[in-house]
Write a protein that binds this ligand. Structure first.
Ligand code: ADP
Length: 177
């Protein structure tokens, strides 16, 4: 593996991350503007293990990362046990939530399930380094940013696929070297 990585120095995080060019955009959750219903449809329509939480769709500024299973459990619990939580309740991942007009449904605060420091690399980070970080830190996923904006995600499986691809390419690489 060590030797094979020598041929990978040109592959960058942006070449391995999802979404790929022409893929639909990354599925993200906003920190203070999505309802219980909005998040439930994301859970139902995708199977990802987790979702980046951003300040807003326009800004794409990363706030944290939330695991799918934590979202499912928290929303289910809140719907059962928390008074006033309905489909139109707004979910807040922020530290402070704004005062709501008396007529609006109760808000659902989910900051406690947010990982506030998900590992991130920039899009120009060589995959050799990304692989190393995954190994050393035992990461499950890593987010990719460009100029502070969220761009993509790399999962452990993406990294393993990348390594497998490198292994297949090696004969050629050796010929060229
Ligand atoms: P795994 O890679 O173990 O199957 P996931 O199910 O979370 O884990 O991800 C499946 C694929 O979708 C991976 O290639 C990953 O990069 C990508 N992916 C993961 N999370 C998201 C997301 N929130 N939005 C878009 N793509 C994602």
């Amino acid at each position: 593996l060590e030797a094979k990585e020598e041929f990978s120095h040109k592959t960058l995080a942006m070449d391995v991350m999802r979404p790929r060019r022409n893929d639909p955009p990354l599925t993200v959750i906003t920190q203070d503007s999505m309802t219980v219903e909005d998040v439930e449809s994301i859970i139902n329509e995708t199977t990802y293990s987790g979702y980046p939480v951003v300040v807003s769709r326009e800004s794409q500024r990363l706030v944290g990362f939330v695991l799918r299973r934590d979202l499912i459990i928290s929303i289910e619990n809140a719907r059962k046990k928390q008074d006033g939580i309905v489909s139109t309740s707004v979910i807040y991942f922020t530290d402070h939530s704004p005062p709501l007009p008396p007529s609006s449904p109760s808000m659902l605060k989910l900051r406690s399930i947010l990982d506030l420091s998900p590992f991130t690399v920039t899009d120009q980070t060589p995959m050799e380094i990304v692989v190393d970080i995954f190994r050393k830190l035992g990461l499950r996923q890593c987010l990719v940013t460009h100029n502070g904006k969220l761009l993509g995600i790399i999962t452990k499986k993406d990294v393993l696929k990348h390594i497998a691809q490198l292994a297949n390419q090696d004969p050629d690489s050796i010929l060229f070297n």
